[in-house]
Every structure is written in structure tokens, then in C-alpha cells.
Ligand binder design. Structure first.
Ligand SMILES: Cc1cc2nc3c(=O)[nH]c(=O)nc-3n(C[C@H](O)[C@H](O)[C@H](O)COP(=O)(O)O)c2cc1C
Length: 257
């Protein structure tokens, strides 16, 4: 079983390639599967968790999903659990957070891997999407990386192989909690009504079902956001904004996703 959460398609692309290499099915972590997660069994075999890093930790929604899934039928089943975390650059100590969550559920954490993909974080000053050339280079390199991750998983490897980056403790233990507390509000999201064409891609892209088209087919945001930025990046008219902070920033949505 492969559980996958993805805002802008990078992690979905990795999960789909792993699925072909490992012969495991992909289950998306989204609003629909969250509702029934307690009754989704966590098998006594291989489970691979694929998701993006968010501020050097796990996306809030992935944490919630991991705590809920298999509630009625996963207890006492250790299995073999692997983490495959996509990132623009590095993941800090996100793998340790994942190991703790897995162990708390009584499951067996085997190993954690990171896969560099094009960057999607654009909200903070100084952060933007990669150039087209860099994005292409990362996507190309990720193909071999996923094959190597799959072969480590198949061999039953137990050593983590992740890019922690510089100052990982500070990023994961100080920046991550601050980010989760203060910077995942959906409140600043808005749409430029002059540019919006009411296509509904933002609504479809939201894994949490938090974007709904309202009057005049303009999107409106609810309260449950995990800040994946899918709604912002998927817009074909660049009409979705996060206050003034995305002004002049680029967009990226994973090809073939
Ligand atoms: C809210 C947010 C925070 C992010 N934080 C990090 C980070 O700490 N380190 C990093 O290298 N990339 C970071 N990124 C980039 C994504 O992890 C990366 O682009 C990932 O592949 C996106 O996957 P997805 O398309 O499946 O959502 C962040 C992206 C978002 C939206």
C-alpha cells in the first residue's frame, strides 16, 4: 500500500512511479479518504508514505491522517513502513517526526528517503518557484532517484537516506512549529475576479475539499487548509493570490500529474 498526499503533483508523480516499481496500489490522502480513514486497514506488509515536506516537517494534514488511519484495524500490526518525502531542497529532521508518528501507532518504521523535486513554496519573501531549467533538471534526476529508492525498499533497507540540509534542528524544531501555528491560514487567499474564468481547477486541486466555487463561479476558501498551494499553482490565469505575498511570484504544477 502507498499512501500519497500531494498539493501540486510532485509527490503524486513519485508515488505513481513507485507504484509501478513496487507493484503496490496508491491511496490518496485527501478529504474523502480521511472521512473513512479509521476503517481503512493498515496491512501487515509494506506501507509507503509519500508526501511533500512543509517547512521542514510533515504537512499538518498528513499528521492528522496518520493518527487516524487504521484506527479500528491497524492496532498491533507492525508492518514495514517507509517514508518518501519530496522537497525543493532539503527536509531537515522531518524523517524523525515521521518515525515518531509511526512508532506511536505501534507500526515499524523501516527507513526514510527524500526526493528533490521542483519547489512550490512561494509565500515567504525571497522564495519562488525554480527556473524552468532547474525544474527540468530536478524532474530528470528524480527518475533515477525513485528507481534507487524502490530498490532500497525492495531489499528491506533500514538506513535513512535523506537530505537534511543546513541547521536541521533549528528548522524542524523552531521554524516548523512556528509555521504550523502562524502560517497555514487560508484567510489571505483571494481571487482576482477580473482574471478568474470560473474553470473550477482550484476546487478540483484542493485535496482537502476546502475550495468551493460560489456566486459567479468564483472560488471561496473554507477554514481547513494545509497550505499545499495547489489552488494557487493550478490556476491557468494566475488569478489566485495569497494576499500581497504571491504578487510577482511564479507558478508550477507537476507535468503528467
Ligand atoms: C507550505 C510549503 C512548505 C514547503 N517547505 C519546504 C521545505 O521546508 N523544504 C523544501 O526543500 N521544500 C519545501 N517546500 C517545497 C515542496 O516540499 C516540494 O516542492 C514538494 O515536492 C511539493 O510536493 P507536492 O507537489 O506533492 O505538493 C514547501 C512547499 C510548501 C507548499
Amino acid at each position: 500500500m502507498i499512501f500519497c498526499f500531494s498539493g501540486t503533483g510532485n509527490s503524486r508523480r513519485v508515488a505513481e512511479r513507485l507504484s509501478r516499481l513496487l507493484g503496490e496500489e496508491v491511496t490518496e490522502m485527501n478529504r474523502t479518504t480521511y472521512e473513512v480513514a479509521a476503517s481503512v486497514p493498515v496491512a501487515d506488509g509494506l506501507t509507503v508514505w509519500v508526501f511533500p515536506v512543509h517547512s521542514w516537517g510533515l504537512p499538518d494534514f498528513v499528521v492528522r491522517f496518520m493518527r487516524r488511519v487504521g484506527g479500528g484495524c491497524g492496532a498491533g500490526v507492525a508492518g514495514r513502513h517507509y517514508m518518501v518525502c519530496t522537497c525543493g531542497d532539503d527536509i531537515g529532521l522531518a524523517h524523525r517526526q515521521w518515525r515518531r508518528l509511526v512508532a506511536d501507532r505501534g507500526w515499524r518504521p523501516m527507513a526514510a528517503y527524500s526526493v528533490q523535486m521542483p519547489n512550490t513554496y512561494v509565500v515567504f519573501p525571497g522564495f519562488d518557484v525554480d527556473s524552468q531549467e532547474t525544474a527540468r533538471r530536478k524532474l530528470d534526476a528524480s527518475e533515477d532517484r525513485v528507481v534507487s529508492v524502490a530498490s532500497m525498499i525492495m531489499s528491506g533497507a533500514t538506513a535513512d537516506d535523506v537530505e537534511e540540509g543546513a541547521l536541521p534542528w533549528i528548522k524542524s524544531h523552531l521554524v516548523y512549529p512556528y509555521f504550523m501555528k502562524r502560517m497555514i491560514s487560508p484567510e489571505p487567499f483571494r481571487v482576482d475576479a477580473g482574471r478568474c474564468i470560473g474553470c473550477g481547477r482550484c476546487e478540483n486541486a484542493c485535496p482537502l475539499g476546502n475550495v468551493r466555487l460560489g456566486a459567479g463561479r468564483l472560488p471561496a476558501w473554507g477554514a481547513d487548509c494545509t497550505m499545499c498551494l495547489g489552488c494557487y499553482h493550478v490556476c491557468p490565469r494566475h488569478a489566485v493570490e495569497y494576499g500581497r505575498r504571491t504578487r510577482g511570484k511564479g507558478q508550477y504544477y507537476c507535468p503528467n500529474s
